[in-house]
Design a protein around this ligand. Structure first.
Ligand code: ATP
Length: 242
């Protein structure tokens, strides 16, 4: 479904952040992208969704291919119309709107009112807490609730591919498990493809079908989670095991 071939990214014409990165995300799968701070994970997602341009970044070599089409350096809006939804790190909901208004705002490209209504119920079935909070102003929600809302917003646009940036950030271990359980459920039931950037390797490897490890703008390791968990470097640096 998605393929990055030797992608190179430069910010401000000088800072080389991705140095020939290749990865594949097959249809209906969950792929995890792991790596330390500053490895270039967020940049990779921005190269796919086009948000790089907003920060004066550019793919200067290689290609981003989505469903057979070369979308390299397309406008973010055009890319989102193709069915890619980027859930940014740090949640990014409309703080002054209610929960339900936030969810509906994600459907502005859609005209099917019945479908929108059904999707709203679907989001509430994945996240019953959001239903309870639907008239509440989003800015007052807890971190975990805002993360649920950010994922709910993604679902409302019926995406083909969701890019999730650090869904575990700032959440308690219990909530992290809950959110990842729901991510897996959404993938299983809706068959939505997901590329998940995570620092919490343990939880990411528990739901992913395949994973890549990044270092310094490149992929240094890849494989199925079970295989990666056996790798000594992964055990030591990402899982805290010896
Ligand atoms: P983190 O988990 O800390 O977000 P990351 O793996 O997602 O790390 P990126 O955010 O992609 O890494 O950053 C990779 C490198 O690119 C860093 O060295 C960062 O300083 C640099 N960088 C990121 N955004 C910009 C920008 N807008 N302009 C210049 N350099 C940038």
């Amino acid at each position: 479904m998605l393929e990055l071939n030797n992608v190179e990214v430069i910010y401000d014409r000088v800072v080389l952040v991705l140095k020939g990165l290749s990865l594949k995300v097959p249809p209906h799968s969950i792929v995890a992208l792991l790596g330390a701070n500053g490895a270039g994970k967020t940049t990779t997602l921005k190269a796919i969704s086009g948000l790089l341009q907003v920060e004066r970044g550019k793919v200067t070599d290689g290609q981003v291919i989505f469903q057979g089409e070369d979308i390299t350096n397309w406008d973010p809006e055009k890319i989102s119309r193709k069915g890619i939804f980027h859930v940014l790190e740090g949640r990014h909901v409309f703080e002054h709107l209610t929960v339900e208004e936030n969810l509906l705002a994600a459907t502005c490209l859609r005209r099917d009112r019945q479908g929108i209504k059904e999707d709203l119920e679907k989001v509430y079935s994945y996240f019953p807490r959001l239903k309870e909070l639907r008239r509440k102003i989003a800015g007052y929600l807890s971190g975990g609730e805002q993360q649920m809302l950010a994922i709910g917003r993604a679902l409302m646009s019926r995406p083909q591919l969701i890019l999730l940036d650090e869904p575990s950030l700032g959440l308690s271990p219990l909530l992290v498990n809950e959110i990842f359980h729901i991510i897996k459920e959404i993938n299983r039931r809706e068959r939505t493809t997901m590329l998940v950037v995570e620092q919490n390797a343990r939880v990411a490897l528990s739901v992913a079908d395949y994973a890549y490890v990044m270092e310094n703008g490149r992929i240094v390791l890849e494989g199925e989670p079970e295989k990666l968990k056996e790798n000594e470097d992964v055990r030591e640096f990402y899982l805290g095991l010896t």
